[in-house]
Design a protein around this ligand. Sequence first.
Ligand code: SF4
Ligand code: SF4
Length: 353
Amino acid sequence: MEVMILMKDQVEKLYNELSGEYNFFAPVKEKGYIAYRKISNPEEIELNYFNSKIPPKEILFPQMEVLFEFKTDGKNVIEIEDRKDLDEKNILFGIRPCDAHSFDLLEKFFAFGDFQDEIFLKKRENSLIIGIGCNSPKSTCFCTSIEGHPFQKDDMDIFLVDLGDKYLVEGISDKGRNIIQQLSWLSKASKTDVKEAKELAKKAEDLITTKLDLTNTSKILESNFSNAIWKEVSENCLGCGSCSFLCPTCTCFDVIDENAQYENRGRRIRIWDTCQFCLYTLHTSGHNPRNSNIERCRNRILHKFSYYPLNYDIIGCVGCGRCIQVCPVNNDLRTIINKINNIKTKEEENASA
Ligand code: SF4
Ligand code: SF4
C-alpha cells in the first residue's frame, strides 16, 4: 500500500470523519502534563509532546473501573448488570511506539491462564492504534535495548511520522489500511517525504545513548533471589509506588465491592495497586511475605525481567523510562540492570574457580 500524507491542518478533518464511529482518545494537555483523554474537540489534540506522564494503558485499564453493577434484596444479590459499553470502538491516537508495544504485553497478561479478563480483551479487540514515531527521545529512553525502536511500527494499525507541517501516514495492519482507504482525501507521499522519514528514524535512534545488555539478565535473576544486591538497590526506596503506577506494563489491581445500602444496589470495581506498597501482600494473619523494601523492590525487577520472560517469553519492560523520570530518589532502573548484569552466574564462578 502507498504511503500517504496528512497535513497538520487536516487532523480536524480526520477526527470529524472517524469520531462518529469511534471513541477518539488522543494526547491532550492537562494540569501541565500530557494525558490521553476521549476528546470531543480536535483542537485539544497535542501531538507536539515527548510522552504522557500516565501511560495510555489507562484508556483500556483505567485507574478505577466498574466491572459490573448488581442489585440486592437487601441480603442477597438478585441481579448482575454487565457492562454495556464493551462493543464500542476506540481509536488510540498519537501513541508512542514503546506504549504501543506495552499493549501487547498487557494483552499477554490479561489473556493468560484459564480465567481470561474479558473486559480488557474485548476493549483491546475493539481498539485501533494510530501511533506516531518518536523524533526526539529523551536521555531516559532505552527502547532499543529491548528490541524496540523510536520508529517501531509493528504494534500499531497506522503509523505516523511528524515531518514538520505534515504527517507521513502508513497503514500497518489490515484494519489500519482499511481506515486509510476510507480517508480518500489523503494525498500521496513523495519519495522525498519517505526519505525524510527514514532520516528522522536514524536520527532518533542515535539520540538513544543508553545501551543495556539484557541477554543474560533473566538467567542471572533466576539464580540470585537471595543476592545482597537487593538490599543495596532498595536502600533509598521510599515505597511511593510511582515507578509501578506509571509503568505502562504494570497490571496489578485490587477488587472491591461497593454497596449503596439504601438503594439495594452495588458495584464491583477494580483499582490499580502496586507491589511497592507494604499492604500489598499483607496477610490477614499479620504475616507479610514481602515485609521490607528489599523484597518489594526485588519483586518489581523479577516481575519484569524474570517472570515475564519465563511466562510469556518476552521482557516485561518497554524501555519508556517513566520509572526513571518519576522516582523521587533517583532509583534508576538502568543502574539496577547493570548491577544485576555484573553478578557472576554460577557457571562463571565455577569456570573461574
Ligand atoms: S519498568 Fe520503567 S522503563 Fe520499563 S516499561 Fe516500566 S516504566 Fe517504562
Ligand atoms: S518510584 Fe523510586 S522511591 Fe518510589 S517505589 Fe519506585 S523505586 Fe521506590
